[in-house]
Design a protein around this ligand. Sequence first.
Ligand code: SAM
Ligand code: SF4
Ligand code: SF4
Length: 373
Amino acid sequence: MGEKVIALSDLRAQADVPEIPADAPAPDGLLADALGRPLRDLRISVTDRCNFRCSYCMPKEVFDRDYRFLPQTSLLSFEEITRLASVFARHGVTKLRLTGGEPLMRKHVDDLVRQLATLRTPAGEPLELTLTTNGSLLARHAQALRAAGLSRITVSLDALDDEVFQRMNDVGFPVADVLSGVDAALAAGFGPIKVNMVVKRGTNEHEIVPLARHVRDQYGPQVVLRFIEYMDVGATNGWRMDEVLPSDAVRQLLESTWPLVPLAARAPGETAQRFAYADGRGEVGFISSVTRAFCGECNRARLSTEGKLFTCLFASRGHDLRALLRGGASDVQLAAVVSSLWSRRADRYSELRSASAASGVARQRIEMHYIGG
Ligand code: SAM
Ligand code: SF4
Ligand code: SF4
């Protein structure tokens, strides 16, 4: 087997402090970027820390005892996050996703949810508040998150077999505890829950059918299993195309056991292609960021743990909104900055991936646990 070269370039410091435009119209929820895409979805990384070491995200060899995570003072406070989120809501964001790192490792994250639940769109609607978690601490927190106003939960789970799962999280965390987290979330009223499985060829493709069977038998339509293609995010996971199992192959594998019927997209910008089991036992989704890029409808922005705005998951540079916040910028000024940054956005990395791979030009990329998945 070839040796993997793991390069770690720390891009966290690379960000500009955006200029505050002199004049900007008041936000009316109708932004469009350079390719005509609106801004609807803000993903907020609430911590860069995690208790797992999934090799495709935070490989143990890099994120070890010597790795310097962000100090507490760098993190946006809950008040700062809420203030920025309110600015984004005025610009058309209707959905907030708390992520990380492992978001449930940030203390009192339910307090943040409670604050975010007070925000409204320009039409007076509450925002959709979601959270993506590895599930390890979910059993403990599900009830409080629900009470605080969280709308939906997504749990990441890469295998049903305990040995495979423990190898993938690389800290020996048992799968039974994640499943208890799913049960607790359902009991707290979060159904239907999404469960995301990153498929890595040669690592867990033999877990696709067993996990699908378990979800169908145990939960039916209350849990929607989604298969994510292994992506080339960051610079530390040693990504190789031959470890990507295309969604079409995953779908064929499932269809050989359970016939599937395609479902229409529910909303523009939906990342997953959805299919229903023909026997009515629920649905599955496929997130094919490598083989079927969905940049054309990408309406997502990401806010890093320390308040840098990234307009693409594969960006190498952020825009330092925390510097503006802490420098005394008003809400009007912050709104003008967001408007100006979004109007210049032309990112479509996944669509261009094959072209840049062919040219051999490698691009620097920020780590996913830092800007949030
Ligand atoms: N720790 C939480 C979790 O695992 O759900 C939230 C953060 S994690 C970065 C968000 C999502 O990104 C997870 O579903 C994870 O599986 C996915 N992810 C991380 N690295 C990935 C990669 N290289 N390719 C595809 N998905 C990845
Ligand atoms: Fe942690 Fe989530 Fe990354 Fe796994 S995918 S290392 S659980 S942040
Ligand atoms: Fe959006 Fe960038 Fe992903 Fe394309 S590559 S879907 S623009 S985040």
